[in-house]
Structure formats: C-alpha cells, structure tokens
Ligand binder design. Sequence first.
Ligand SMILES: [Zn+2]
Ligand SMILES: [Zn+2]
Length: 377
Amino acid sequence: MIQDMAEVLHEGEPNGNHRIFRLKLRSGLEIFGLPTSNSYGGGWDLGPTWNYLVCGDRPFLIDAGRRGAGEELFQMMDGVGVSPADLAFVLLTHGHEDHDGALPEIVPRIGLTVKAHHIYGSLIRFYPEEAPPAVRKDFPAACWRCAMPESFSRKYCVDYHRERSVLEIEGIGDGTKELGSGIVSHHLPGHSPDALCVLLGEEAIAVGDTLLPEISPSPSQEGFFELVRSILEPAYSDPQAVYGLRSFIRSLKRLGKIAEAHPDLLVLPGHRLFFNNRWNEVVLNERVRELIRHHIDRCAAMLEILERGPKTAREIAAEYFEERLLKGFGMIMAENEVISHCELLIAAGDAAAKDGRYHATGAGQFESLIDSLEPAT
Ligand SMILES: [Zn+2]
Ligand SMILES: [Zn+2]
C-alpha cells in the first residue's frame, strides 16, 4: 500500500503539490516522488504531474513536468540528496506538455540524455513541406490537428514547440531492457501514440497517463493517423495500432496482463497519486476493468443519443456532458472525446458518418468489438 510504504519527506499541499516522498522496494530499488505543479487556470485542478526519480544501478528520472518546472524539479532532487548531474537519463512516459514541457530547461543544463518512444522523436519535429493540407503546418506533427484557438497557442505552445523540436531523442521501443536491471518499457499507446509504461522490477510500475486514479485518461483519435502516416517509421503502419480508443483499450488489456503476471504491483501514475489530502491506491487489474467499463458505458450513452437522430460531435457533446464541463476549452476536449468514441462505434458498424453528422445504424455490436480486442503486443 502506498500510504504504508511512502516515507513523506515534505508534506506539501492537499492536492499533492510539493509532496515529496521516498519509497524503498523490497528489491532495494529506491524511488522518489517529485511532483511538479500544473497551473492551467480555470476551475478544474488536475493536480501536479508526478515525476519519479528512480535510483537503481544508475539514477534516472521519469518525466520532467510542465514548461517552467525545471528549477522546481532540480531543487527537489537536491533536497533528496541526488545531484541532477548524476542522472543517467530522463525517460518520458509520453509527449504531452505537462510531462515533457520542462525538458528544454533541464536537458542542456546538465547535458542529459532523453529516452522516449521512437514515435515521440518523430512527432516533435516540424515538417512544413510534408504537412497535409488543412493542418497547422507551422506546428510540430504532434500538434497538426490542434483545435485550440490562436490566442492559446501563442501564449502556451509556440516557444514550447520550437524548443522541444531541437531535442535529441534516444528512441526506445516496447520491451527495452537497457534502462536498468529489472526495468522494462512497455509501449502502451492510445492516450498518446508514444505512451510508455515502465515496469520497475517485480514491485512497481510507472504508468504515465495511460491509467490514472479518479480520472479517465482521454483517448486519442484514429483519424489522426492518416495525417502523420508518412512521417512515422514503417513499423507503425497499422491505422488503429497507436491512435484511438481501440488502441487505448488494447493497451489497458495489456496492463491487465501485466497485472496478472505481477500481482500487487504498486502503481505510480502521472497524476492524482495524492489528491484531496489522501493517497489514491490503485489496484491495477481493478482499475483496468473500471476504465474499460467506463468506455463501454460511454459508447452506450452516445449510441443512445444517436438513436434519437443524426448529430454532429458538438451536438452529442452538448447533450452528453454537463454544462460546467463545456465551458471555455471544455467543449474542444468534449468534442475530441465524442469523436474517439464515434470512431469505435463506426468500426463496430453501430454508427456511420455522413455530411459531418453521425447516425446510428441499429447494429449494436460495440460491446462485442471491445471484448474481442486483443491486448496490445
Ligand atoms: Zn497526457
Ligand atoms: Zn498528464
């Protein structure tokens, strides 16, 4: 249990900000939790990004927090007695700004190696010549279809994109064992095409945002694959292998298999490990089941809405989500969520798209499609 195992070195805030802890696993592996604050404004609190300092044969960091968090991270490392200069590398769970934003601050300062999934190394670059029509050509490939308004990207993204695009990345794949003894990477895409989970011996697993307590990670969209197909390595040429809800569910099923093979794994998520003044203990196979159930229920609810008549993603979002969730940029996120689910409904034959609207076909196959998805390999 995390609350019994974690030695809290700094209490921090009720949402987990600055709550520094140390874990010593039975194997002797020592792990520090170094949460860096996230402040996106608005009424909703995601809580900090949980970065982990793993002190195995060679100390390494998992994730680096948001842009601007570099100094905070270095101070926390000093505070637990590990000099940033001693880090062998930083390993990225996935290429979202709340996890990789601070890389351009910390990497040049100590000449740090960045290890991330191969796909990450491809998507952070700019391809002005190869960008398909109707995408944001001046953005890196990862963000070609970003739906956020210009005012947002000018403020938060432009510098981040540019600084990140020149990082040198040591690409790793599924099953990479060079990270340290007993430490193995698992490529579990879906939330993000480059998502990695890291098994830390027999006792713990860092899961990034692939599996979170309290919140359901947002799935990506299969439709994005066609846009970036030409810049991904040929190994990733299956349209539904790394993007979309189907790939996400397959990754959850793989996590379920990992849980079977390693019972009692301590789960170290990217967010919400500690929130509302309490630890969130995650039982891996139970959380996997809950999240798959959540998506089955969500598909069912969306299909029910479509059975009342054809609708756009925006109309479905407005009907399905509570109004408070649709404020500000909430509508953009809600529409993305709807599209991911409609893609699965279409794949199952339960829905079809015509003239920008989805409609129900009456087939009712989505649950058996989800059941039939094999764990990601
Ligand atoms: Zn994420
Ligand atoms: Zn995150």
